[in-house]
Each structure stands twice: as structure tokens, then as C-alpha cells.
Ligand binder design. Structure first.
Ligand code: IMP
Ligand code: MG
Length: 178
């Protein structure tokens, strides 16, 4: 798998440090409340697992699955919910956990969708933010790292369902997806 990467962008150690900072920020912000973490499948599963263990709060964990039509490295815009929450979020503080914010279409749709269920609040924590390609407005509470417009894999992020199990984040060689 390593041979398919042009270079490593964030090492395991860098990820660990930043995720623990994000966990501390969430612990402070939500002190005295019991938030529900909502992970967006599948890309967020590794980040979610590390982030919730860096949070020292009573909380619950849930997942949604969303498919943005279009394969390859560019998402198309249309969004479909393929797995919904398994608990009621009315009156709850919702912490959305996402792997990467790219065009913003997925999260902008999701926030609107969840807002209809009358949560107490919704805040977005994304590990990576790729602002160059933003097409829909999304208000972020916090991002782990801002990255340039390159296609990255690992730590949950895939290309064609591969590389999710890399413990670090790397940039794929362009010839892999061209
Ligand atoms: P958005 O709706 O364009 O913001 O789509 C974000 C989703 O596209 C992410 O949750 C990822 O699943 C996927 N995505 C965007 N950029 C990358 C990337 O560089 N590597 C892997 N997946 C990506
Ligand atoms: Mg995703």
C-alpha cells in the first residue's frame, strides 16, 4: 500500500497529538452536558474511535451513512442518506464527526437534515479541511488540519474503498487514480 503513496502528509504521532487536542476542546466546550457524537460513515470511523476516547464526558455515539453520488475523487453534489441515526437527538447537543470537508455539500445537506429534529445545538468537527474546493457554505467548529487540494487516503479515508486501514494520512500518487 505504501508504494501507492506520493508522500505521508500526517504521521501517526501528528494525528494522535491533534486528535487529543480536539478531544480536550470538546471536553471543555461540552462540560456539564451529555452530547451525542454523530460520525459520518464510512470515512470517519477511525477518527471517531480516537476522538471519543480523547473526550472525558458522558456521551453517546451514533453513525449516519451518506452517499454523495459519483465515484472517483470528485463528489457530485446530490446526497442520499443510506443509514439514519438510531436515537432521538431532540434537545441534545450534536457533535458531527467527519473525516474531511471538501466541497461541503455532504455536511451542508446533513446539517439541514438534522436541524429538523430540533437538537439543542449542532457543531461540526472535521479532521481535515480542504477549503480550496468549497462549493456549499458550512460553519466548522474545529478542524484538525487544513490541507491543500490533493487527494488523501488513510486513517479512515479511502480511494475506491482501499487504504482506510493505513494508520497515517498520505497523498496518493496521481497515477493511481488517473
Ligand atoms: P464533500 O461533500 O465534497 O465535502 O465531500 C466530502 C466527502 O468526500 C468526504 O467525507 C470524503 O468521503 C470524500 N473526500 C473528499 N476529499 C477526499 C480525499 O482527499 N480523500 C478521500 N476522500 C475524500
Ligand atoms: Mg466521508
Amino acid at each position: 500500500m505504501e508504494n501507492d503513496l506520493a508522500y505521508v502528509l500526517f504521521t501517526e504521532e501528528q494525528l494522535r497529538q491533534r486528535v487529543s487536542e480536539m478531544g480536550r476542546a470538546i471536553t471543555e466546550k461540552y462540560a456539564g452536558t451529555e452530547p451525542v457524537f454523530v460520525g459520518v460513515l464510512k470515512g470517519s470511523f477511525v477518527f471517531m474511535a480516537d476522538l471519543v476516547r480523547a473526550v472525558d464526558l458522558r456521551c453517546s455515539v451514533d453513525f449516519m451513512a451518506v452517499s454523495s453520488y459519483g465515484s472517483g475523487t470528485v463528489s457530485s453534489g446530490a446526497v442520499e442518506i443510506t443509514k439514519d441515526l438510531s436515537q432521538d437527538i431532540a434537545g441534545r447537543h450534536v457533535v458531527i464527526v467527519e473525516d474531511i470537508l471538501d466541497s461541503g455539500r455532504t455536511l451542508s445537506y446533513l446539517v439541514g437534515y438534522l436541524q429538523n429534529r430540533k437538537p439543542a445545538s449542532i457543531a461540526i468537527y472535521t479532521l481535515l479541511d480542504k477549503p480550496d474546493r468549497r462549493a456549499a457554505e458550512v460553519i466548522l467548529e474545529m478542524s484538525g488540519f487544513v490541507i491543500p487540494d490533493e487527494f488523501v487516503v488513510g486513517y479512515g479515508l479511502d480511494y475506491a474503498e482501499r487504504y482506510r486501514n493505513l494508520p497515517y494520512i498520505g497523498v496518493l500518487k496521481p497515477e493511481i487514480y488517473q
